[in-house]
Each structure stands twice: as C-alpha cells, then as structure tokens.
Design a protein around this ligand. Structure first.
Ligand SMILES: [Zn+2]
Length: 253
C-alpha cells in the first residue's frame, strides 16, 4: 500500500482501426496499441480500479494499492463498444465512459466545427450492456459545449439535464462528470458539485492525489503516437500538474 494515494487516471477518446491521423492525435488510439497497453498493465501488476473506487481511495475511505490506474473514455464512441470493451472484458478491467447524453445513438456533431464527419456514438442498449459488464457511465453534458462560455442557466442545464437523461436510460445514479474540452472555471465546477455529482474530471495533466479537489481531477492523455515507452513515461513520470497549452483549443476532446 502506498502512503500517499496517487492514481493515474488515463484519458482515451476513440479506440479503433485508424490510419495515422494528421491532427488531434491525442484523441485516437489504435486498437492494436490499446491491447498492448492493457496487456502490459496486467502483466506489470497494475491495479486497474473503477473511478468510484478511486474516489473512495482519494477520500481516504479505503486503502489503495500503490500502482492504481483508472481508465476513462470520453464522448461515448461506438468504437468503445466495438474495440475497447472486448479487450477490457477479456482482462477484467473496469473503466468509465463519459457519454454526451443528448447525442446517444447519433454522431459526434461537435466535431463538425473541424469539417470532419462525426464518429457514431453508442446506443442505449450498448450503454446498458457495457454497464452490466463493469463499465461506469458518467456525464459529458448534453451537447458537448464549452461550459465556461455559457450563461449560468445554460451551463446548469447541460450539467443537470445530462444527469437526468443518463439516469433514465440506465436506471441508476450517475455520479461522475467530465468537462468537455477540459474547459471549466470555478463557477462551472461549483455547478457540477451542486448538481449532485461526486467527481469532475479535467484535462489538466498529472496524477490525482488526495490533495486534489474531486471536482478538478487531473488526467493523463494517451495519444496515437504513444509507444509502450511513451505510455510508461506517462504512467510513471508525468505526475507534475500541467495544463497543456493545446488543451483549451483542442476542438473535440
Ligand atoms: Zn469530449
């Protein structure tokens, strides 16, 4: 057991079969590379735990193993269901998917600002199936806006309505939240807490410790170009907090 709980929360977006992307490489992971990363976590004795367990550990309610990792997948792409989920199931790894609640069964429309065809998102049945298979579903708002740019009432609606929509689809409480584009301010983080969530995940880079606000939890992005060496480096070294300069303007994280 480690004395100070420190957890690497890894951030993935799309997992599948892609040609080497020209842009937004941090949001793609080839399924072959994903499988290698997951198999390595298993072999190296990492403890892949659920976000709910991680929160309990960060709050000091339960002891955490020294090498704890949480896996998160933003947006709720259908390629999670098709490519990532089978690998996770095989290894018995839990994970959290942050779903854009207003776009269930449709496409990632916000990507269109980039002129690209939006990738398909999961259907309600697929959400129910992965949930039954040990995947937690969190909220990623209703429409994937930049929350800090919205009027308070609009931001509040994105935060509370998405919770209600997902809870009606799943039939169980939704307690985790993830800020689209990693965009938040204190007002937004307060709204998330007031809406009854227990966590808020950012794109601030670093390992999560007991000193972090549960509503401003840092993560480590895994990008297309990460070899196993790069992956190890992120797990072990990249623990110092850093707000990546590109994060604020990345178009579809
Ligand atoms: Zn997103």
């Amino acid at each position: 057991m480690g004395s100070i709980p420190r957890i690497s929360i890894l951030m993935y977006h799309q997992v599948g079969i892609f040609r080497r992307p020209a842009a937004h490489r941090a949001t793609f992971c080839h399924v072959r590379r994903f499988r290698t990363q997951m198999a390595w976590l298993k072999r190296a004795g990492y403890h892949v735990i659920s976000l709910t367990e991680a929160l309990r550990g960060l709050k000091g309610e339960i002891p955490l193993p020294s090498h704890s990792v949480v896996l998160t997948f933003d947006d709720g792409y259908r390629n999670f269901y098709e490519h990532a989920y089978p690998v996770l199931r095989e290894l018995g790894f839990p994970a959290t998917v942050f779903m854009v609640a207003g776009l269930i069964g449709t496409n990632a429309r916000w990507i269109d600002e980039d002129g690209r065809q939006g990738a398909p998102l999961m259907e309600p049945d697929q959400l129910l199936e992965i949930r039954a298979g040990g995947i937690e579903i969190g909220s990623h708002t209703v429409t994937h806006p930049r929350l800090s740019r919205l009027a308070v009432s609009e931001a509040q609606r994105e935060i509370t309505d998405s919770k209600a929509i997902l809870e009606s689809v799943l039939g169980t409480p939704v307690v985790h939240f993830c800020y689209p584009y990693g965009d938040f301010d204190q007002r937004v983080a307060d709204l998330v807490r007031e809406a009854g969530y227990e966590s808020g995940l950012t794109c601030i880079r670093g390992a999560a410790t007991g000193e972090d606000s549960l509503f401003l939890l840092p993560r480590k992005a895994v990008s297309y170009g990460d070899s196993l060496i790069g992956y190890l480096w992120k797990l072990h070294i990249k623990n110092k907090k850093k707000n990546p300069p590109g994060a604020a303007k990345a178009p579809f994280m």
